[in-house]
Design a protein around this ligand. Structure first.
Ligand SMILES: [Zn+2]
Length: 408
């Protein structure tokens, strides 16, 4: 054994890091990576034997309280509007205990893939009130040792069309929600919806995360209003949008100009391929569109693009196992990302890029950063999209996570 090690100090030996040809020893103390050096420790505390070490994976956009609803659905949804309506009907069956149970099931599935941070969009409205927000905020504390859970106050049913929504929006933030959500297409006046969300974010110092432009309609472009407000209010780097699929139907020259505006506004875009491909493209009789945001075009414009799982086994996405590595594999196929370099980018979209999208700093396997990482039986990032989709070890703040200890 190495001498002089503090009680909390541990060495994870023979780690494979991206961008380094040689294997490394990770020296961890007091929850941080204190040193990364060439592998030389003969008796590390944990021998990683050449396994790939990535920063903890990040689920940048997930719905916990409406996961696993298939057995309650009276029928299948036929469109986005129908999925929203169908789920709305089911909300009367949600109880705090039921929300907790289904949320923990999804959290455990995510953690099995090496996820250490989840940003959850949690709904409030005239039916739910703050039931879901309160349940997920309590869960945030309950799982704190295992997972960092960010709560977005999300007005799925709209802000101006719901009697209580504006007051609930403020209350959700006062209760401790981390992020101001929004979904301008849920209200008749998207501009008014955006102003309410930006005002609340500015007043409370919270970042913003919108469901945005979720259709195949090239004229649905609330992204321009979001970018303009972001720049005008000096909120660059504080705004994230999910879906943004309409942009995929915009003709290329205009789409490039909008991508440049998004980059200028420092807005992160989160592709949600499972839901996007399931609900979009339905009216196309020939060669149905994939219905995704134009990932490659956005990347080339310098936009931070992430990907996330969004919905699992509900009217919006009646399948999925809650494994972000599978979602990444789906996106890689849909975007024709197959090479080593391209699949490296896809894995960045569930690690580094997703971390930026949810406002994490210091989320990297580097000296001085928190020792929060996931280990995979893999040599390359591309292996994760194959059969190495489950983490063999997850470390959060220097502590090895035991999935069996996660509450049920
Ligand atoms: Zn969503």
């Amino acid at each position: 054994m190495t001498t002089g090690r503090s009680p909390q100090a541990r060495i994870f030996g023979r780690a494979r890091l991206r961008g380094r040809a040689d294997l490394c020893d990770l020296h961890v103390a007091d929850g941080r990576i204190v040193q990364i050096g060439a592998s030389e420790c003969e008796h590390p505390d944990v021998d990683l034997a050449g396994a790939l070490v990535l920063p903890g994976l990040v689920e940048a956009h997930l719905h916990l309280e409406k996961a696993y609803l298939l057995d309650r659905m009276p029928r299948e949804a036929t469109s986005l509007a129908d999925a929203i309506a169908l789920t709305s009907q089911l909300k009367s069956t949600f109880t705090p205990a039921d929300i907790r149970t289904r949320s923990l099931r999804l959290i455990r599935a995510a953690m099995g893939c090496g996820v250490t941070t989840v940003r959850a969009h949690v709904e409030f409205d005239d039916v739910l009130g703050l039931t879901a927000v309160e349940a997920i905020l309590a869960l945030r504390e309950e799982v704190r040792d295992f997972l960092d859970l960010q709560v977005v106050a999300f007005p799925q049913e709209g802000l101006t069309s719901q009697r209580t929504a504006r007051a609930l929006f403020c209350s959700a933030i006062e209760l401790g929600a981390d992020v101001v959500g929004g979904i301008p297409y849920a209200d008749d006046d998207p501009g008014e919806h955006l102003d309410l969300a930006f005002d609340l974010a500015e007043r409370t110092g919270r970042p913003l995360d919108f469901h945005l432009d979720f259709s195949d309609d090239p004229d649905q472009l609330d992204i321009i209003g979001v970018a303009e407000r972001t720049i005008a209010r000096g909120l660059q780097g504080r705004v994230t949008v999910g879906h943004l699929t309409s942009l995929g139907s915009v003709e290329p020259a205009r789409a490039c100009a909008i991508a440049d505006l998004i980059a200028q506004a420092g807005i992160s875009v989160v592709a949600l391929p499972a839901t996007d491909v399931f609900l979009n493209g339905r009216a196309d009789q020939v060669a149905p569109r994939r219905g995704l945001t134009p990932v490659r075009l956005l990347l080339e414009a310098g936009v931070n693009v992430a990907l996330a799982t969004n919905n699992v086994q509900n009217p919006f996405t009646p399948f999925g196992r809650g494994r972000i590595t599978e979602t990444a594999s789906l996106l890689a196929a849909l975007c024709h990302f197959g090479s080593l370099a391209e699949t490296d980018t896809v894995v960045e979209m569930i690690t580094d890029r997703a971390a930026v999208a949810v406002g994490l700093t210091d989320h990297a396997v580097v000296e001085g950063a928190p020792a929060t990482f996931a280990v995979f039986d893999a040599r390359t990032a591309r292996d994760l999209l194959g059969d190495a989709d489950r983490a063999v070890l997850v470390v959060k703040g220097g502590r090895e996570i035991d999935l069996e200890q996660v509450p049920r």
